[in-house]
Every structure is written in C-alpha cells, then in structure tokens.
Design a protein around this ligand. Structure first.
Ligand code: AMP
Ligand code: ZN
Length: 115
C-alpha cells in the first residue's frame, strides 16, 4: 500500500467507490468520469505505479486483470457488441493515476485511432 495513492486507498476501502467486482488480487470499480455507458477500472490490490514497474512474476496478475475485465463485459451483456480495454502509461499515454488500472469501456461505438 502506498500512502499517497488514490487507488490503494480505494482498494483498502478508505475512499468510497462503486465496486463492480473484487477478489483477493484485484478490484474493479466504476470510473468517476465515465467515457462510455460502461467505464470500469480494474486494478491490482498491490501498488504498481506504471506498466514499466511490472516484473516477470506479475504476468499472471496482469492476465487476471484482463480476465476480470472480460468477465465484467460478459456479465453486463457487452460480449457480442464489443468493448475496449486499455492501460495508459506515463505522460504520452495519458496516465494520470500512478497505480496501474485497466480501463474497460463499452456501450457505444469507440473511435480508432484514439486522440
Ligand atoms: P488514467 O488517465 O489512465 O490514469 O485514468 C485515471 C482514471 O481514474 C480516469 O478515467 C479518472 O476519471 C479516474 N478516477 C480518478 N479519480 C477517481 C475516483 N476517485 N474514483 C474512480 N475513478 C477515478
Ligand atoms: Zn497504489
């Protein structure tokens, strides 16, 4: 747990969030500024600042985040219509919260390439 980290505080229950799914390793909650009808952030409970800080031993954890996003998309009925998952990294990637999080967006047609 990083004391200054917003998503560590959400994972610890110290800051409220609309939790969609959680388990021992990860937590998924609604984005506070949703960019689509479904916009959920899937985060590891353990503090990892950016994708650059992932170790080889974290491969299973990242796979777990992706599988949780898939399960939420399926449970919300977006399996067939589709959805997007994205990790932003550092300034050019648009990262603003430095605890890795997988965005799950669904419910509208999303443009590509991103802005
Ligand atoms: P990123 O720009 O990829 O780092 O994404 C950070 C995301 O966190 C943004 O989509 C924000 O809207 C979202 N966010 C910031 N604060 C909160 C919060 N307290 N609860 C839920 N989502 C948040
Ligand atoms: Zn953190």
């Amino acid at each position: 747990m990083s004391n200054d980290c917003l998503f560590c505080k959400i994972a610890a229950g110290e800051i409220p969030a609309k939790v969609v799914r959680e388990d021992e390793f990860a937590l998924a909650f609604e984005d506070i500024v949703p960019q689509a009808p479904l916009h959920v952030l899937v985060v590891p409970r353990r503090h990892i600042a950016t994708l650059n800080d992932l170790g080889d031993a974290d491969e299973a954890l990242v796979g777990h985040l992706v599988a949780m996003a898939r399960d939420i998309a399926r449970a919300k009925g977006y399996e067939e219509s589709g959805y997007r998952t994205v990790f932003n990294c550092n300034a050019d990637g648009g990262q603003t919260v430095f605890h890795i999080h997988l965005h799950l967006l669904a419910g509208r047609s999303l443009a590509w390439p991103p802005g």
